[in-house]
Design a protein around this ligand. Structure first.
Ligand SMILES: [Zn+2]
Length: 134
């Protein structure tokens, strides 16, 4: 039992330093998407019962890192929401606004014996302000 708990803690630390390294290694937004002047993520969550995480919003500008992987807000979950495909889609979309739902594929490591799937749903609205085509 003690071994399992210790390993869970290490996994969580590894996860956060990995996330930090990935973000630092990502190219700048203006390098990857030169047309984007502002990118806004509105994130809300469903399916968490009484402990459903509060909504979040994130705004990225051209000097920010083009890193669109958001960790599941549950601190004991090892899941991530990958929004890279959504960013590509919002640039392509003429309205520069898309909505979608993603389900967390992580598991809740605090209950390491059963490791229940998280399945928290992320409802996102992504809007981009793009420079007009030249
Ligand atoms: Zn999760």
């Amino acid at each position: 039992m003690r071994l399992g708990r210790a390993r869970g803690t290490a996994t969580r630390q590894t996860r956060y330093s990995q996330l930090h390294r990935d973000r630092e290694a990502a190219p700048k937004l203006r390098t990857m998407f030169p047309v984007i002047e502002q990118l806004r993520f509105e994130l809300s969550f469903e399916g968490g019962g009484a402990a459903t995480p509060v909504p979040q919003s994130h705004v990225l500008h051209p000097p920010a890192r083009a890193y669109f992987s958001f960790p599941c807000p549950y601190s004991d979950c090892d899941g991530r929401f990958e929004l890279t495909a959504a960013v590509h889609a919002v640039v392509e979309d003429p309205s520069h606004r898309i909505e979608g739902v993603l389900e967390c594929a992580g598991s809740r490591v605090s209950d390491f014996r059963s490791k229940p799937l998280c399945q928290l749903r992320l409802c996102f609205t992504l809007t981009a302000v793009c420079s007009p085509p030249h």
